[in-house]
Design a protein around this ligand. Sequence first.
Ligand code: AMP
Ligand code: ZN
Length: 142
Amino acid sequence: MPLVNDCVFCKILRGEIPNTTIYEDDMVLAFLDIAPYNLGHTVIIPKTHCVSSTELDPEYLCAMIKVAPKIGAAVLRATKAEGFHIVQNNGRAAGQTVPHVHFHVMPRFAGDGVIFSSSGVKYDSPEAMQELASKVRTVLAK
Ligand code: AMP
Ligand code: ZN
């Protein structure tokens, strides 16, 4: 289990920082977020250090995504939430503040005031949309 000295989530895995664990197995640890969007907001981390999901061993990725909906359903029942997000941020521009891959499970209540809004950006034309899709397909095929 390669962990990194100055990574806050590695410190949690080493037991150097307290956490409120709600689930643990061989591959993952899930605990309550200290700055929650809503009560019950949970963070799921792999038991290995890796910054981005693009670099993470798929076995860890599978272990995290396998447990995320179960945790969401449990948090939903425990908090009486009406829905939940499963979110995973990669890179600072995407809002990643802790450079150790993690999924957020965020419960939602109708009218809770949590806002994730679009920038309102639009494709210039249907052709521009097709062109971008084609570029992404090309990269994927490499
Ligand atoms: P992100 O912005 O996607 O990198 O999310 C990192 C999350 O980790 C934030 O929601 C923080 O509130 C949460 N967080 C940071 N340090 C801790 C900690 N020691 N215990 C629990 N959650 C933490
Ligand atoms: Zn780490």
